[in-house]
Design a protein around this ligand. Structure first.
Ligand code: CUA
Length: 385
């Protein structure tokens, strides 16, 4: 037996259809439950299932809605929605224009949908609606409207591309060379004679002329709060410019898949006020601190007598390796392993002891050291401020 449709008009139509198919005479609609044993109970059961379904839908909507709203709260250091540079503000402005257009389209579509749903819904006794084949004005309208919206979005987009691509005119611009490596970042300041790894300080309010190169594969430089992405391509120098407008620590991330540890190839851009930046730059130019405490001195001996020296530079010492990050002022950095761990002696010991566990695939080999040597090494490096 066919289940009884819920709406009388639909029911009648279904019955007419079934009459045509099986040749039986359609029963007259009486509003009573369908024939058959237990028809009334079945109807009550249908209604309660329907109510349950409705409750489930409401509950599911609430849960999903709350989960989505949850995504709007909290701390998101890599959100492009909180721009803090001229470049990032331009991108944000463009994004918001597109959002407003999309919102307008959304409102119009839903309003039209609701209007037609209620205005033209099937009512008991209503006749067949008139069918329309082609409506020239409507066809032109819904072809032209999206085209005009796309043009309205394209104009500011193209303008923004040209604006952010224009080389900086600021004669005071500071050059920052960024070299992408599997899987860390080298930062160089050619005008200041500074080399650092995974963390770059920049002065607020001054144009930063970023030169991007790669030592191996394609990486992508991205600090969402400071501007757009730009690739670091082997054998080529790319550029990006921005002027930060507030001090703070801004998270960056490699945005182009570059191998095993790509997702753990983070970095920090620290925007300082001018005096703080000058002080930092002066400290960075100095040779490494000579360890005073016995443990740190022992750590230096461990460093110098192991493979560490062949990959890392610590200026003022025999360590002049160039393969890994420069560690001259390692203790002044906020993070370890390209932005993945806070720079604490405990984390540092963990990093030295089981680097392949902390950042699988990274190119630093695990050197066999005793627990004491690991502690000493951590003490030495933490003191390189
Ligand atoms: Cu470097 Cu992804």
């Amino acid at each position: 037996m066919r289940p009884a449709p819920r709406f009388p008009a639909l029911r009648e139509r279904a019955e007419r259809a079934s009459f045509r198919v099986d040749g039986a005479r359609p029963p007259a609609y009486s509003g009573a439950p369908g024939p058959g044993p237990g028809g009334g109970n079945a109807r009550i059961r249908n209604i309660s299932i329907e109510l349950l379904n409705r409750r489930f839908l409401v509950a599911a909507t609430l849960v999903i809605g709350l989960a989505v709203l949850q995504g709007c709260g909290g701390e998101y250091p890599q959100s492009a929605l909180h721009p803090t540079s001229d470049f990032a503000h331009r991108l944000d402005g463009l994004f918001m224009q597109v959002v407003w257009w999309a919102l307008g389209v959304w409102v119009v579509v839903w309003a039209a949908l609701f209007y037609t749903t209620f205005r033209y819904r099937e009512r008991p006794g209503a006749g067949r609606p008139q069918e329309i084949h082609g409506h020239v004005l409507l066809e032109i309208g819904w072809t032209l409207a999206p085209a005009l919206i796309l043009v309205a979005i394209a104009i500011p987009t193209i303008r923004t591309i040209f604006v952010v691509d224009r080389p900086p005119t600021d004669p005071d611009a500071l050059t920052l060379e960024v070299i992408g490596r599997q899987w860390w970042w080298e930062f160089r300041y050619p005008e200041l004679g500074i080399v650092t790894g995974n963390e770059a300080h920049i002065p607020v309010g001054r144009t930063i002329d970023v030169r991007l190169r790669s030592a191996d594969v394609v990486h992508s430089f991205w600090v969402p709060r400071l501007g757009g992405k730009r690739d670091l391509v082997p054998g080529q120098e790319n550029q990006i410019w921005f002027t930060a407008d507030s001090v703070g620590v801004f998270w960056g991330q490699c945005a182009e898949y570059c191998g095993t540890a790509h997702a753990l190839m983070g970095f920090r851009i620290i925007v300082d006020d001018a005096p703080t930046f000058e002080r930092w730059a002066a400290e960075q130019r100095a040779d490494a601190a000579i360890p005073a405490a016995a443990e740190a001195r022992a750590g230096q001996a461990v460093f110098m007598s192991n493979a560490c020296v062949s990959c890392h530079t610590i200026s003022g010492t025999a360590a002049q390796g160039r393969f890994g990050p420069d560690l001259t002022h390692f203790g002044s950095r906020l993070t370890i392993g390209a932005g993945i761990l806070d720079n604490t002696p405990e984390n540092l010991a963990r990093w030295i002891d089981s680097t392949q566990h902390v950042k699988p695939g990274n190119l630093m080999p695990e050197v066999r050291l005793t627990d004491q040597q690991v502690r000493q090494l951590a003490a030495y490096l933490s003191n390189l401020r």
